[in-house]
Design a protein around this ligand. Structure first.
Ligand SMILES: NC(=O)c1ccc[n+]([C@@H]2O[C@H](COP(=O)([O-])OP(=O)(O)OC[C@H]3O[C@@H](n4cnc5c(N)ncnc54)[C@H](O)[C@@H]3O)[C@@H](O)[C@H]2O)c1
Length: 451
């Protein structure tokens, strides 16, 4: 189901080659416009849904395209984006926005609890999609989006917003692991130490401003009364005001977990786990846990044996390989353990720690210049180029959807408090009915996940 590592590497190479040759083979976009790097009309018709905060981080990349639709539940945010893209039609309801007939591509920067909805609706309308992380808010959402993408992967380009993936260190970490610098890989530990503690949903506090369509903001989730606290964060950081609550997000597991697990995921070529086990602070039905750790078992693949992958958050940490290595100094990091040593990395840097009497590195040959994995380049533009070209991106919904399905499975294991066995092909837990019931979540009437 998941593309293997060499396919991904190859995909990167193909991508680079295709960028070089684009224009020699033009394709025709909706409305008869020519698609191809050199075509004068080679611009995507883009809809940006969620226009402020993280949405603004996409302004640069989409300024090279035709921004034809803007959608935000906050009319003030919408107005400020419309000032930048005055030709775009404006909407407060993303369902109406996606009805606009001339769209080619959609960027979704809304709250986490609406990502899978927007994603499915966009894919089902044959629209290319860039969706901010995390792609989904429960296991089932991740699976439905991935299935919809896989049906259309020969005609649509997708990218999930883990733009740190373009940092060169991701390639270097991957090469070291894959090329045997730590010997046979057995364990992977990934952690994030951001701690945002909330007691429960905020109490009702006044009426929403007239410019905020609060009912649309709540969208498919169970209703919670308005409180300005959900909207009090700075641009690009406001997600921290709502993403700890079960009905709006998945806490740091989905937030920084999407980025940090990507550092490991990129190196280990894993599909779905066969089991998940998690523990942490006591369960709060309103707020996702701050402190939690989870371990997943992954079968062997064609280049490595079976591995365990562990995720730690909110103060839980893996054991350091040596006292002089203080992993606590790394806020978000990954550690790979092999039979010849450890590799410790954050997003930008890496440290190799050969370990044991046989760890003389004779078994490891560094790559020659020209043999290292090619740079990803501009992450958002990789996607716009893919929409017009060979459809290949590094963080498509197959890759990133599998990653987040695993992460969200940790919440299920945490809630049932026992090791769950997972059948990834069927998307079912085989040893707990209670866990199966937690793979999905309830929606308000009138909202359709797969519409
Ligand atoms: N890739 C990254 O590094 C990165 C960084 C920050 C945020 N994010 C992600 O981006 C998303 C948005 O985060 P944020 O901090 O900008 O949040 P935010 O609360 O500021 O929301 C962003 C915008 O979306 C609008 N919005 C919310 N729900 C909407 C809906 N249903 N329909 C239309 N518009 C809606 C808001 O009014 C706001 O203008 C989150 O999912 C977050 O995880 C990613």
């Amino acid at each position: 189901m998941n593309s293997d590592y060499s396919a991904k590497t190859c995909r990167r190479r193909e991508f680079l080659k295709s960028v070089a040759v684009l224009g020699t083979g033009w394709m025709v976009l909706r409305g008869g416009r020519l698609r191809g790097a050199d075509a004068p009309s080679n611009k995507l018709n883009v809809a940006l849904i969620g226009t402020w905060g993280r949405g603004e981080a996409h302004f640069g990349a989409i300024s090279d395209e035709n921004v034809v639709a803007l959608c935000d539940v906050d009319e003030n945010h919408l107005a400020s984006a419309a000032a930048k893209f005055p030709k775009a039609k404006t909407y407060v309801d993303w369902r109406k926005c996606l009805d606009q007939k001339d769209l080619d591509a959609v960027i979704c920067c809304t709250t986490d609890h609406t990502h899978a909805f927007v994603a499915n609706w966009a894919l089902n309308r044959d629209l290319h999609l860039y969706c901010e992380k995390p792609l989904a808010n429960c296991v089932e959402e991740a699976r439905v989006v991935r299935a919809n993408y896989l049906k259309r992967k020969n005609k649509l380009a997708t990218q999930v917003g883990t733009q740190r993936h373009a940092m060169e260190n991701f390639n270097r970490v991957s090469e070291l692991v894959r090329d045997g610098a730590i010997g046979k890989l057995s364990e992977v530990h990934v952690w994030g130490n951001r701690q945002i503690r909330r007691p429960g949903y905020l109490p009702a506090a006044g009426e929403p401003p007239k410019t905020l369509h609060y009912d649309l903001w709540i969208g498919p989730s169970p209703f919670h009364p308005y409180n300005p606290g959900y909207f009090s964060g700075g641009p690009g950081m406001n997600c921290l005001q709502w993403n700890m609550y079960w009905d709006f997000g998945s806490g740091q597991l989905g937030d920084m977990g999407s980025h940090t697990m990507d550092l490991a995921w990129n190196a280990i070529d894993a599909g779905l786990p066969t089991s998940a086990e998690a523990k942490g602070e006591p369960y709060n039905p309103e707020v996702t846990p701050v402190e939690m750790s989870a371990t997943f078992e992954h079968p062997a693949n064609d280049w490595r044996g079976p591995v365990t992958v562990s995720w730690y958050q909110g103060g839980a940490m893996p054991r350091s390989p040596r006292e002089y290595v203080d992993l606590n100094k790394i806020d978000h990091g990954a550690m790979f353990k092999g039979d010849k040593g450890f590799l410790v990395a954050d997003f930008n840097t890496r440290v190799l720690i050969p370990f044991g009497d046989t760890a003389d590195l004779t078994y490891y040959k560094p790559r020659a210049a020209g043999e290292t994995y090619p740079p990803v380049g501009h992450f958002q533009k990789q996607w716009t180029a893919a929409c017009k070209g060979n459809l290949k991106t590094d963080c498509d919904i197959d890759y990133s959807g599998t990653l987040i399905e695993q992460m969200l499975l940790a919440h299920v294991a945490y809630r049932v408090g026992k090791k769950i066995e997972y059948d990834g092909a069927a998307g079912r837990v085989t040893n707990s009915d209670e866990a199966n019931a937690l793979l999905s979540r309830q929606y308000r009437p009138g909202w359709t996940l797969d519409g």
